[in-house]
Design a protein around this ligand. Structure first.
Ligand SMILES: Nc1ncnc2c1ncn2[C@@H]1O[C@H](COP(=O)(O)OP(=O)(O)O)[C@@H](O)[C@H]1O
Ligand SMILES: O=P(O)(O)OC[C@H]1O[C@](O)(COP(=O)(O)O)[C@@H](O)[C@@H]1O
Ligand SMILES: [Mg+2]
Length: 453
């Protein structure tokens, strides 16, 4: 072995043996001194805790390792002791932000799990997102009310953007006597949940706060993926397939599909890989250009010559830097403070037509633009996502009953774990366009790398 190769290998070996630290998880006993552990009611639950099951309870030694963060996280699941007495438990459940397949399943499983596993009876839904804490009356929930909810898209508790008023929210939680708060939402919601948790801790209240990450865009980091994402990818197939049929049936036909994905292109990417009909996938993480050598037009010109048609998938957040916009459009934000995007699909369609008329005047050319928008997320979860939602909800309940707070339940390498809310709130999950996965995309589409030489 020569010197250069050994110097290459050394850092990798060192990396493998780096010590992995356990992530500290906030617990109610950290700031409430007189809290006493109680025996877990699951000791007497013949349906869940089958007595012959060994190692039923998760111990402090059970951890899940994350390759990405190089931390160990506490394994999710029931604990030997609980820190809530079920007759004294009062639960609030809220959904915030955009829709995502599976929201109703999570709510249903929270209600059913809290009721059946631990015998909690005071369970309430907060309606219309964060603002619902201080502006509407909580709705009582029980298993018979929610029994069919997993078959419905959207959220039967309703949701909204904006309306985050920290003081009013925590006052309402305190005044209404809630001591377990389950917050289901995306990156914005999780940032709000951190603030609620910190305020509750500051006031030294015996109230546990847990986040259940929801995002159809899959833009939350640390966890493997967010619920509803797979359902959305599946729904996107119909749009791609229609675009393919339209493109194939036209002379010089282009099928253009815009898919959701505000800052990440996971839906577009996964839909592209699973469809195999896509010639080019444009995502927010990838800068692209239209004209000149190595540009989109040159590539499409070639594809049309070779194939007679092409399919283009674009994530809604792609190309936002190169779409011309007015000063006021640059500032436009939704109620939650998210930047409002211009329609990249409409812009691309008109740019494509302009290019073709200039380069191939008089020749037939068709662009069929399909924007399925809400159709990919306003559906109920598929079987895989429904199962995932159930495990998430139950993991959250076990953690809260065990006294943990300020955490998120989610899968890491397929194992359910508890992650500090704060870490999840600031971990985004961009598509890495410098890894093998992206090479795979390029090998499926043969699209350009858009690196100007
Ligand atoms: N930085 C933040 N601090 C507090 N609340 C926030 C923050 N960002 C967003 N929120 C609130 O979280 C809720 C959902 O946020 P939004 O960005 O619309 O959706 P999502 O949670 O799906 O990303 C809204 O009520 C919004 O006001
Ligand atoms: O029209 P709305 O409700 O603001 O939703 C549009 C946005 O919601 C999303 O589907 C999901 O975003 P969030 O999960 O952050 O709410 C984005 O892809 C999209 O930009
Ligand atoms: Mg968001």
């Amino acid at each position: 072995m020569d010197d250069s190769s050994s110097s290459h290998q050394l850092p990798i070996v060192t990396h493998l043996f780096e010590p992995i630290k356990l992530k500290k998880l906030p617990h109610l006993t950290h700031y409430i001194s007189n809290l006493q552990p109680l025996p877990n009611p699951l000791d007497h639950n013949p349906y869940f805790n089958t007595l012959h099951l060994q190692n039923f309870y998760i111990t402090p030694n059970d951890v899940v390792l994350s390759h990405a963060t190089r931390f160990a996280y506490r394994t999710a699941g029931p604990r030997n002791n609980v820190y809530f007495n079920p007759p004294e438990v009062r639960v609030a459940i809220v959904t915030c932000g955009g829709l995502c397949p599976g929201l109703n399943t999570v709510i249903r499983e929270l209600v059913v799990g809290l009721w059946n596993l631990y015998g909690n009876r005071e369970i309430f839904g907060i309606t219309g997102g964060y603002r619902g804490f201080y502006s509407t009356e909580p709705v009582p929930l029980n298993p018979s009310i929610v029994h069919y909810w997993h078959n419905k898209g959207g959220t039967l508790l309703q949701t909204s953007r904006g309306g985050f008023d920290l003081c009013k929210i925590v006052d309402a939680i305190q005044n209404r006597g809630f001591n377990q708060v389950y917050i289901i939402g995306g990156d914005g919601t999780m940032r709000g949940a951190v603030k609620i948790f910190n305020e509750i801790r500051q006031r030294k209240l015996n109230i546990a706060v847990v986040g259940i990450p929801k995002t159809v865009d899959n833009d939350i980091g640390i966890i493997d993926r967010s619920f509803g994402f797979q359902t959305a990818v599946e729904m996107a197939q119909q749009a791609i397939s229609a675009a393919h049929v339209e493109a194939e049936s036209a002379v010089n036909g282009i099928g253009l599909v815009k898919l959701m994905g505000r800052s990440t292109g996971h839906i577009a990417l996964h839909a592209t890989l699973s469809s195999r009909d896509v010639d080019c996938c444009l995502i927010p993480e990838l800068d692209f250009y239209l004209e000149g050598k190595g540009g989109l037009f040159e590539f499409l010109d070639q594809r049309l010559k070779e194939n007679g048609h092409a399919v283009l998938v674009v994530a809604e957040g792609a190309g936002q830097d190169i779409i011309p916009r007015t000063d006021s459009q640059k500032e436009e934000r939704d109620e939650s403070g998210n930047l409002v995007f211009l329609d990249v699909g409409v812009w691309l369609k008109s740019e494509l037509k302009r290019w073709w008329d200039r380069e191939h005047p008089g020749e037939l050319f068709t662009v069929k633009y399909i924007d399925p928008t809400y159709m990919i997320r306003a559906v109920h979860a598929n079987a895989t996502d429904n199962l995932y939602c159930t495990l998430l909800a139950h993991s959250a309940i076990h953690g809260v009953m065990g006294g943990y707070t300020g955490f998120v339940a989610g899968p890491i390498n397929g194992n359910y774990a508890y992650i500090p809310l704060e870490d999840v709130a600031c971990a985004n999950n961009p598509v890495n366009t410098k890894d093998h996965n992206w090479s795979w995309v390029r090998s499926v589409t043969n699209q350009p790398d858009f690196l100007k030489s």
